[in-house]
Design a binder for this molecule. Structure first.
Ligand code: ADP
Ligand code: MG
Ligand code: MG
Length: 940
């Protein structure tokens, strides 16, 4: 039978940091810290496998576990000199959950376990502090009642039932903070808590400590299955089968008076990444008081003045942990009567801004390698560096105009304006109606997670930089301000009141507010935003790189990525200004220039419409002749801006009626331009109507019906190419024929393109190198790719259409299907976001093999939306494509994702080298080495 319990504390540990799968992140971190000699209260971890056993046995603790727990408790008793269940000298425990990956606040914790009416007296006598003993007891009653007995709020407007009793008590006594309650009040509260449990649940709080312990262990396992844990797992793609571990640990007490306290800290600033110790603590407080925002805490940088010795020790813990884990850590600590304990360490969550800075600075200081730095930044996190900020002038004007309402802690960078709502459900509902919302609450909790995902940003009255709202903001990349104490809420009336310098101001649900997550400022009304520092340097060129430290770190990281990656990156861009932005963000070419977007430009839609409603070839040619010079200018602009890089131009693709006027005025205008009666134009529009345009007269089918359209486009491309080449620039056009399912379609179109190319070259007296290729975007094209490659000089996977046609589901109609399919886990992810490797991916693989067999070295890329999705990019790397093409603003993400794909492949290919690298890190007994199965899984 597998070992179920791993002990830690007293300078050693049975587990290690490599055992996250078995011990969960928290258990592995506690074991590692104990083993390297950090002050960790002793305890033990019950494995995630035991949780799986519990689930398999129909939610029952496995036989024999109670004996194993008793044995492990014996060790904790010896190390602490206290006795579990004793009246005179009771050992109290914390029971905490901890899954493989950190799920902040998702799972529940019970503190001070082991207390009952007798033990509380013993604790009071032994500590000489009755207030402390009863404070601990009331906390235990509330946590046990909540976590184990399920005493939750009944309606969304309600607060937690215990919190309500606590608030009432404070109000009755006229005190503001929990720790100001006198011992008599705490005793009364314990009575009221127990009474509330009896009234709602019909049972008594169990007095037997061991029964409390077993029930709590079961409750932690059950919390793995609660709604909010499930919601979090869904949002983050965590499998339900993993289970959670349980950590049972001796309590240490931060609520023992002025020489005690509790805190949380990051080894670097999690918002900016600055190399400074960053955290908060509360004097005379316990457990989650800091995170829950009971009082707004003090900064650890201010600890020096109060507790110089502890401050020094903490700094040394900080550097020990960073050197040992070679990563920014997020820690929890408690000070009990002047002695420091560390209760948790884990990799700290951070904003994209901070992630980039920390990775680059750690690599520059040689704490980690460049490869590690690249692997540490989530590609999506680079979005944070591109996120808008408020237009400085408009913001200053708003502030001068008295619209600055309040300041709070800047917990999530960026700028957001939205309509304020007070409940997570409302945030979801309003967002679904297309309204941008800000979620404002007293504090947030894990129940709010879905609503938080829907909001542009969050605003809370309580809590610090390590509160739930702040953590989630950093993780989701939302704008957030927390600990904004000027706010108060009336959830029933759905209003928010801000205490401003000029008196209180009240806002109702739906009012516009703006929040600056960099400055921590809450501003009345709606404000326009401006591009980020990176965009100012690269795209607007309104700021010099020397004055842009964020830009410089961004550029350094991406420079390393460019050295590491094998995939090329191109942009999907249709206009010269987009071409500029693409080059600025690192595009090595254009992978998709959609000609149809050009037709909506100045002066073009008119002739385009005339062309479409034309009834004879002669009429059509007349309209096309008007379009030719316009289109030639567009192409020339793009070629000029992209030179000497390749530009892939796709010939006309969408169904024609998409270009036609929908309104009466437009129809009348078109009638005037074509000299046709209005009725006839209307008739012609009706004729062009298609039952299912997505599968209709579009793509190469248009060019086959009306070769003169392809002719005009080819002429525009080659004339532009010759003109720009004549300016001395290198032009590399690649003409791409869409929606090809049979080689004969491509043959037809390619012949037209090549014929026109020769005509133009003759006329202009110069030649330009060019390619003719095709999109692979219908299953038949993928299956017959070998034949198609006989004509095509390149392939570009149009994975939007390929996904639609492979699934037989129109992307525009996925809404209702998608919601149900994701909910019921029929699809693991939205296949329009991330390539469905099993189906669509198999078609791509077939096409790659067929294409390269027929034409070795055939150039291949992807230009669907998936080209900017990190997981799809990794797949394209594995397929051996030459490049991915995505929208300009996703290029940084693509460059980093491509580098990561290459690095992961390299790591997988050299297990021997990897083992050697591991041997260089601190020695560890063989039994603690990472099992081989996991190493293999981790790579996937
Ligand atoms: P979370 O995963 O939400 O951070 P934890 O299990 O870490 O939950 O614990 C919740 C709170 O209880 C934390 O503030 C932690 O520091 C505190 N805590 C946990 N174990 C102990 C202990 N042995 N002694 C004192 N406080 C503890
Ligand atoms: Mg914790
Ligand atoms: Mg397509």
């Amino acid at each position: 039978m597998a070992k179920r319990i791993y002990a830690f504390g007293g300078g050693t540990a049975e587990g290690s940091r490599d055992m996250k799968n078995e011990l969960g992140g928290k258990g592995a971190g506690l074991a590692e810290m104990a083993a390297i000699g950090l002050p960790v209260p002793p305890g033990f971890t019950i494995t995630t496998g035991t949780c799986a056993e519990w689930v398999a046995a129909g939610e029952k603790l496995p036989r024999g576990l109670d004996r194993e727990i008793r044995a492990a408790l014996g060790r904790v008793e010896r190390l602490t000199g206290k006795v579990f269940g004793s009246r005179g000298n009771p050992l109290l425990l914390s029971v905490r959950s901890g899954a493989r990956v950190s799920m902040p606040g998702m799972m529940d914790t019970v503190l001070n376990l082991g207390l009952n009416d007798e033990a509380v007296e013993g604790l009071a006598a032994r500590s000489g502090n009755a207030r402390f003993a009863w404070d601990s007891y009331r906390r235990f009653c509330a946590m046990f009642g909540d976590v184990v007995l399920g005493m939750k709020p009944e309606r969304k407007e309600d607060r937690d039932p215990f919190a309500e009793l606590l608030e009432a008590k404070k109000a009755a006594l006229g005190v503001r903070h929990d720790h100001e309650l006198p011992v008599e009040a705490l005793k009364a509260l314990v009575g009221e808590f127990k009474e509330a449990i009896r009234a709602r649940k019909g049972i008594d709080l169990p007095a037997d400590p061991f029964e409390q312990l077993l029930l709590s262990v079961g409750a932690v396992f059950r919390s793995w299955q609660n709604d909010r844990a499930i919601a979090y797992r869904k949002l983050n793609g965590i499998p339900g089968s993993w289970g959670t571990a349980v950590n049972v640990q001796a309590m240490v007490f931060g609520n023992l008076g002025e020489d005690s306290g509790t805190g949380v800290a990051f080894t670097r600033n999690p918002a900016t990444g600055e190399d400074e110790f960053y955290g908060e603590f509360l004097v005379d407080a316990q457990g989650e008081d800091v995170v829950a925002g009971v009082r707004t805490p003090q900064k650890v940088s201010e600890m020096e003045a109060r507790w110089p010795e502890i401050a020094r020790q903490l700094l040394s813990v900080r550097s020990t942990l960073e050197r040992h884990f070679r990563e920014m850590q997020d820690i929890e600590f408690t000070v009990e009567r002047g002695t420091l304990y560390v209760l948790q360490t884990r990799t700290g969550k951070r904003t994209g801004l901070a992630a980039t800075r920390i990775a680059v600075e750690m690599a520059e200081k040689r704490l980690i390698t460049r490869e590690e730095a690249l692997l540490r930044v989530e590609p999506e996190a680079l979005n944070h560096l591109l996120r808008p900020i408020f237009d400085a002038e408009r913001k200053a004007e708003a502030i001068r105009g008295g619209r600055l309402l309040a300041r709070g802690l800047p917990a999530g960078p960026g700028a957001a304006s939205g309509r304020v709502v007070f409940f997570a459900e409302d945030a979801q509902a309003w967002k679904a109606r297309g309204e941008p919302v800000l979620l404002a609450r007293h504090e947030t909790s894990p129940e709010d997670i879905r609503g938080m995902a829907a909001a542009e940003g969050f605003l809370t009255a309580f809590g610090g930089m390590t509160s739930h709202a702040a953590l989630v903001a950093r993780q989701m990349g939302k704008v957030a301000i927390v600990g904004c104490e000027a706010l108060s809420f009336d959830y029933h009336a759905r209003t928010l009141t801000v205490a401003t310098a000029t008196g209180p101001r009240t806002f109702a649900e739906g009012d516009w507010l703006s929040i600056d997550g960099m400055a921590g400022e809450v501003i009345e009304g709606r404000l326009p935003t401006r591009p980020s520092e990176v965009v100012q340097v690269l795209v607007e060129r309104s700021r010099a790189p020397e004055d842009a430290p964020t830009y410089r770190r961004f550029a350094t990281l991406l420079g390393w990525a460019d050295q590491a990656r094998r995939l090329g990156v191109r942009a999907n861009a249709d206009q010269p200004d987009q071409a500029d932005a693409s080059v600025a963000f690192g595009a090595e070419g254009i992978g998709l220039c959609r000609t149809e977007h050009m037709f909506f430009g100045e002066g073009k839609i008119g002739p385009m419409r005339e062309m479409i409603v034309a009834e004879t070839e002669a009429q059509r040619r007349a309209a096309l002749a008007k379009l030719l010079p316009l289109q030639r200018e567009d192409f020339a602009g793009i070629f000029r801006h992209m030179a000497p890089r390749p530009v892939t131009v796709r010939t006309l693709d969408p169904p024609l009626h998409e270009f036609l006027p929908q309104d009466e005025a437009g129809v009348a205008e078109l009638a005037r331009a074509t000299g046709q009666p209005v009725a006839r134009v209307r008739e012609r529009i009706a004729e062009l109507h298609e039952a299912n345009p997505m599968l209709g007269h579009r793509g190469c089918r248009l060019g086959i019906s009306y070769p003169e359209i392809t002719e005009m486009q080819a002429r525009a491309i080659f004339e532009a190419a010759c003109d720009v080449a004549a300016e001395g620039l290198a032009v590399r056009p690649e003409v791409m024929i869409p929606l090809v399912g049979a080689v004969a379609e491509l043959d037809h179109q390619a012949a037209t393109v090549r014929r026109v190319a020769e005509e133009v070259f003759r006329e202009r007296g110069r030649r330009v190198r060019y390619l003719v290729g095709t999109m692979i975007e219908v299953p038949r094209g993928a299956v017959t790719a070998g034949k198609i490659a006989g004509t095509a000089e390149f392939f570009s996977f149009g994975t939007n259409d390929l996904t639609q046609t492979a699934f037989g589901l129109s992307r525009d109609d996925t809404g209702p299907v998608l919601a149900a399919y994701l909910e019921k886990e029929i699809w693991p992810v939205d296949p329009f976001v991330s390539i469905d490797r099993e189906g669509v991916g198999a078609l791509m693989e077939l096409a790659v093999r067929g294409g390269r067999a027929a034409r070795p070295g055939l150039k291949m890329g992807i230009c669907g939306e998936h080209g900017g999705d990190p997981s799809s990019i990794e797949f394209c790397h594995q397929l051996g494509l030459d490049y991915v093409s995505c929208s300009p603003y996703r290029l940084p993400i693509a460059r980093l994702a491509a580098a990561q794909a290459a690095l992961r492949e390299k790591a997988a290919a050299r297990p021997a080298a990897k083992a050697a690298a591991r041997r260089r890190t601190p020695r560890r007994p063989a039994s603690r080495r990472r099992p081989r199965g996991k190493a293999r899984r981790a790579r996937r």
